[in-house]
Ligand binder design. Sequence first.
Ligand code: PEP
Length: 258
Amino acid sequence: MDTPRKKYIVANWKMNFTTGEASLYLDKLSKRIQPSRKVQVVLAPSTISLQPLSLQINRRQFKLSAQNFYWREYGAYTGEVALSQIRGFVDYAIVGHSERRYVFNESEEDIAQKVAAAIRSNITPILCIGETALDRKEGETAAAIYSQLTSGLHQVSKEDISKVIIAYEPVWAISSNKNAKPAKPIDIIEAERIIRKHIAKLYGKEAAEEISVLYGGSVNKDTAPAYLQLEGIDGLLIGNASLIADQFCAIVEIAKGV
Ligand code: PEP
């Protein structure tokens, strides 16, 4: 590959921090993380914190991501937030996270609609895919990845595929799951190859080489170096460890050094 793809370090704060706490935490991070052209640091706070943090943030240092949104423009959807309401605050949006899929029963069709809506709004969707422990046990890892990619991307054209980031997050590796254990580098490389092979089939070889593929699942500062050195892995999506400044800042520094 001629030009190395940029690294992404994405912090998924999930349903943690009040708006005040999020602001103090951002302040702490901003004193410790210097802007870098090599590493894009993306913070995904709760929806309620997006607007105040968007005013506080230095966009050369950090970008913001939504954790969730509804794909319709506006209307009678009680409790939902539209992209038109957060468009000015975020550059990225996490879509299809396993907690949305399995706790909130989000459907494949909703996920596909969200990916397409984000692209229409000039927001980069970070499409999370990954097999469950049962899929893996039954030898269905590749099938699960194919199926989630095919359905999640089915509204994305060849022109737009470069606007999507894929996050490989095996469900069994995410810390919120009972008995979670981090994936081994070999598991991640196998999945990354399956992902790029399927993207090549759907969109061509060039798209497969260009698309950014991240890994997420129980990453911390001790495991991050091995993951970040994997060829074909363009960064990390981090849950728990992103809530601890020492952990998160160390991971960003590691990414800068790779
Ligand atoms: C996540 O939920 O996307 C995630 C990667 O969480 P954790 O790092 O806590 O496993």
